[in-house]
Each structure stands twice: as structure tokens, then as C-alpha cells.
Design a protein around this ligand. Structure first.
Ligand SMILES: [Zn+2]
Length: 242
């Protein structure tokens, strides 16, 4: 091997190592960006008191939401619904029932689009339009925001602050959206992971959510038996501020 050839070989190995290193850094940075909301949003409230907030995303949805409202009413539990504006337009009566029953309404955007790296006007449309349809139906309060897929970046943080909304994430995700999960498995996951101040992520829309309804019926009495009280997101956030 000539010295020149050896040097070239060395240079190409160095280039490969450099490229792989850059790629690793890039992947790491990107995966952190997609998880950015987990670091800036509220995932759980720090409290020793046995309180928990059940949150339901992607509704309203005629089958699941109606059935869920019955379960919640039966157990005198208040929950928070992060609704999709377009769905609210489609099923306003369901939202009116949610509001009348004392549940809290939250904003899950108008069309359930990913908010990561979107322009401010896009974010404003998505949140503003949803607020508007909810207010028209009589929703009060801050209408806190949960970004679809839990994703967003600095623009969303700024806008949420301007709109006096909290970005609400979760610390308990029983993956009720996975079809292979039975109601009992969803319930077991919640019972295993809930701590005082927890926020539980569930879904009453975006597909067949009968398993979520069944899981809620299992988990509510069991958490109650453990001494848990169910709060809406605003009630939970208020505990934090004393
Ligand atoms: Zn969603």
C-alpha cells in the first residue's frame, strides 16, 4: 500500500465517521424537537393529594362520547374533553351535553393537524376557530390546549401564552388507541401508573372507542376505592397555584 493510498483511505474513514456522527446528532436533535412539548407542557401537577384528571381527546364522537358521558355521570366524575373543532361543528349537541354536565372543554385544534413547525397564522386559525365554535356553544374557562400527537414548537408556546392557555400533556398514556389493548389492559395500565396529580390520556374519538369507555367504567370505581378524587384540568392546575 502506497503512503498516498493509505492517507486517502484514512481520510475516507474519517469522512464516514464524521457523517455518521452528524447524522446521530441530527436524529437526536429531531427526536428531541418532537418531544419538545413534553418538556414545556404540564404533564402532572405536583401534589401529595390523591387527585387525578381524566382527559379524552379527538371527540366528540356519537357512539363513544354518549356512552362515556353516561359512565361519568353514573360515577359523578368530571373529566376534560380536548375536542377537535371540526367534530364540534358536526356534533354540537354532544358538546352541549358535555358542557351541561359540568365537564371541562379543551382545544385540540380545528382539524387535528400536526402543529410542529407551523406558521403562527396556521396555529392561530387552528386554535382560534376551535375556541370560537366552543364559545358559541357556551363553553367557558381557558379552553386549554392539547396539541395533536403532543407535538409543537416555540410558536405554539408563544401563542398559547398570548391566548392564556396552558399546554396540557399527560404522564399516564395507557395507549387506548392501540387496537390490541383490551379494556382490562387499558385499566390495568392506568391503575399501575396513576400517582397523585396525574393526567391520564384517553380518546373518545378518532375510531372505535368502545374499549376506552369500558376501561373508564373499570378504572373509575377502582381509583375511587383507592381514595382518588377526579378533577378537571383547571381544578388540577389551580391546586398547583395554591
Ligand atoms: Zn388527538
Amino acid at each position: 500500500m502506497t503512503p498516498l493510498f493509505a492517507r486517502r483511505k484514512l481520510a475516507s474513514i474519517a469522512a464516514i465517521i464524521f457523517a455518521l456522527g452528524s447524522l446521530t446528532v441530527l436524529i437526536f436533535a429531531l427526536s428531541n424537537v418532537t418531544r419538545f412539548m413534553q418538556t414545556v407542557g404540564v404533564k402532572r401537577v405536583e401534589t401529595p393529594v390523591k387527585v387525578v384528571a381524566l382527559t379524552y381527546d379527538d371527540g366528540p364522537n356519537p357512539l363513544a362520547t354518549e356512552a362515556l358521558l353516561q359512565v361519568l355521570q353514573q360515577h359523578h366524575v368530571k373529566a376534560t374533553f380536548f375536542v377537535v373543532g371540526r367534530q364540534v361543528m358536526r356534533y354540537p349537541q354532544i358538546v352541549q351535553r358535555e358542557i351541561a354536565a359540568g365537564h371541562e372543554m379543551g382545544n385540540h385544534t380545528f382539524t387535528h393537524r400536526d402543529l410542529l413547525f407551523k406558521q403562527t397564522y396556521f396555529l392561530w386559525d387552528q386554535l382560534g376557530e376551535t375556541d370560537l365554535v366552543l364559545r358559541r356553544l357556551g363553553a367557558t374557562g381557558a379552553l386549554h390546549v392539547r396539541p395533536p400527537r403532543g407535538r409543537g414548537f416555540l410558536g405554539l408556546v408563544t401563542l398559547a401564552r398570548l391566548m392564556h392557555k396552558q399546554i396540557v400533556m399527560w404522564d399516564v398514556d395507557p395507549a387506548d388507541y392501540r387496537k390490541e389493548r383490551s379494556p382490562q389492559q387499558i385499566a390495568d395500565h392506568i391503575l399501575r401508573e396513576v400517582r397523585p396529580g396525574s393526567i391520564v390520556l384517553l380518546h373518545d374519538g378518532g375510531g372505535d372507542r368502545s374499549r376506552t369507555v369500558a376501561a373508564s367504567a373499570i378504572v373509575i370505581p377502582q381509583l375511587k376505592a383507592q381514595g382518588y378524587q377526579f378533577l378537571t384540568i383547571s381544578e388540577l392546575l389551580n391546586m398547583n397555584s395554591g
